[in-house]
Design a binder for this molecule. Structure first.
Ligand SMILES: Cc1cc2nc3c(=O)[nH]c(=O)nc-3n(C[C@H](O)[C@H](O)[C@H](O)COP(=O)(O)OP(=O)(O)OC[C@H]3O[C@@H](n4cnc5c(N)ncnc54)[C@H](O)[C@@H]3O)c2cc1C
Length: 505
């Protein structure tokens, strides 16, 4: 049995690297992925020692970072919640409610004592000789450098840089006399009462933020370069109300609603594949009755891409459209010419007056938490690596990463991947192996290496901007990823761990 030091502190704040202990499994990230991974590890493979490191000062990842007004899920929580923990609230949840749910998971699974906050992982070095990772960590609270060792590294770091949002620079920004904020770094004391606000962006964040501030601000203008698909379901699913009125166990309600939402998303994905024009028409027409009479829906709400090539943004109860109807918000579709002293001028020449500009412009993707990886002293260039089922990487031993779904609920994949990783750990134990590494078979040599995402299938801006730093996929199983949930919920539990693509030693 391995053990972890009770404290990672070194005396007197010295810069020397101190040993923080050894664990079987080191999990990076205390968001939805890391908490889910730790729960499954503990449940399915008890006795493994583990620690969860997170750079932030609290749990929740995305839901801790994003605290702008109105922040909420745009997935239903029956599938965004874990399969093992019933969701008791409405289908669409506020960020705070998701954090409260995660707190319950941490408590019920007794994970709190395993989490180390303000521990930023900067380096991970694998030694085949020692059969372990040495993980370099900077403590953001004390500045100390500490070192953990681990048999297995489980990267649950999410997909974007939490500290540096994507913030384009526009001409004239320096002369703008108002305030510019990014939703990822929302100032707690920002008072929008009576202010004119321009929100730059067309995605889920803009659509969430605008109705939340429209009642407070003097006026909100959504300024978008190009439109997004929106869908306006009710916040609460009728079936949930019916089932809860029957006073049946919450586990049943959770499972039934989960299956209902999964079936709905499967149908959506299938229609997007087989009849994209029909889906396009359906989405556009579903918005029409919610918009003010005479609204230019072709200009403002008709995207240039096919539905499902990007996530469809949810507007629960149509609240964004209500703000447009009520006139507390309006929408401009144009490109930015320049910032002026008092607002933003767009290419048409119109000037949008603003006291506050919110840049809901998205993320900077980060590859595996921007950790510097080496394997036996050689730096790992991720652009040369190939994914194994979207869970491991060729040539990187004893390391799994967690990557959820982009279009289905992220967490559906957290449960599936956790099952597989824990099964792999148990399999290694059964075989007496201390090392497992994905490696291309002879039959895979010469396999075309394809960009991380196929733009025909999935092409949001933050992914397209980052393809050049991401690892590759192949043209055959198991070297693929970004598959749909209906395929993976069959394929991952059935995955053969002895098919020759994993090498054990
Ligand atoms: C506003 C918003 C709403 C969203 N809504 C939905 C939704 O409704 N449905 C959906 O499916 N998806 C949604 N997403 C996507 C969302 O990111 C995922 O659902 C999910 O939260 C990702 O969880 P995660 O734990 O993998 O990563 P994250 O939430 O990104 O958490 C990763 C954690 O790892 C830590 N970390 C990263 N690198 C390091 C390092 N080097 N050292 C130490 N710690 C590190 C970070 O500090 C962070 O706390 C949303 C995203 C945003 C931004």
């Amino acid at each position: 049995m391995t053990s972890i030091a009770a404290t990672t502190a070194t005396p007197n704040g010295t810069r020397e690297v101190s040993d923080a202990g050894h664990v079987d499994v080191l999990i990076v990230g205390a968001g939805v992925s890391g908490i889910g991974a730790a729960h499954h590890l503990r449940e399915q493979f008890p006795g493994q020692t583990f620690v969860i490191l997170d750079a932030q000062d609290n749990r929740g990842g995305t839901w801790w970072t994003h605290r702008y007004p109105g922040v909420r899920s745009d997935s239903d929580l029956f599938t965004y919640g874990y399969r093992f923990k019933p969701w008791r609230g409405p289908s669409i949840a506020a960020g705070q409610e998701i954090l409260a749910y995660l707190d319950e998971v941490i408590d019920e699974s007794n994970l709190g004592q395993h989490i180390r906050y303000r521990h930023r992982v900067t380096a991970a070095s694998w030694s085949t000789q020692d059969r372990q990772w040495t993980v370099g960590v900077t403590r953001d609270d004390t500045g100390q450098q500490v070192r953990f060792t681990a048999r297995f590294l489980w990267m649950c770091q999410g997909y974007y840089n939490h500290a540096k949002p994507y913030q384009p620079r526009w001409d004239g920004m320096n002369r703008f006399c108002g305030v510019v904020v990014h939703p990822q770094q929302w100032p707690e004391d920002l008072d929008l009462a009576g202010k004119r606000v321009v929100v730059i962006g067309s995605g889920a964040t803009a659509a969430t933020l605008i109705p939340a501030i429209a009642g407070t601000a003097k006026h909100v203008t959504m300024l978008q370069r190009s439109p997004t698909y929106f869908f306006a379901p009710p916040t609460t699913h009728e079936l949930a109300v019916t089932l809860r009125a029957l006073d049946i166990p919450e586990e049943w309600t959770h499972e039934i609603l989960r299956r209902q939402y999964i079936a709905q998303t499967d149908l959506l994905a299938q229609t997007a594949r087989d009849a994209p024009d029909d889906l396009h028409a359906l989405l556009i027409e579903s918005m029409r009755p919610l918009l003010p009479a005479g609204f230019d829906i072709e200009k403002h709400f008709t995207p240039r891409y096919r539905p499902w090539q990007q996530r469809i943004a949810i507007v629960p109860d149509g609240d964004l459209f209500a703000a447009l109807r009520e006139g507390t918000a309006s929408i401009v579709t144009d490109t930015i010419d320049t910032f002026t002293e008092h607002g933003v001028r767009v290419s048409s020449g119109e000037e949008l007056p603003a006291d506050v500009v919110v840049t809901a412009t998205g993320f900077n993707m980060s590859v595996l938490g921007d950790v510097a990886f080496t394997v036996d002293g050689e730096p790992v260039d991720f652009t040369e690596r190939v994914t194994w089922r979207g869970i491991m990487l060729s040539g990187v031993p004893n390391m799994a990463y967690m990557f959820g779904y982009f279009r289905h609920s992220w967490t559906l994949r957290v449960d599936l991947v956790s099952d597989l990783v824990v099964r792999l750990l148990a399999h290694m134990q059964d075989k007496g192996a201390t090392m497992v590494v994905p490696a291309l078979r002879a039959a895979d040599s010469g396999m075309p290496l394809l960009p991380w995402a196929d733009p025909e299938n999935f092409n949001p801006g933050y992914v397209m901007r980052s393809q050049h730093i991401l690892f590759k996929r192949g043209d055959r199983e198991p070297w693929t990823h970004l598959l749909e949930h209906d395929e993976e919920r069959v394929a991952l539990p059935a995955a053969d761990l002895d098919d020759g693509t994993l090498v054990y030693r």
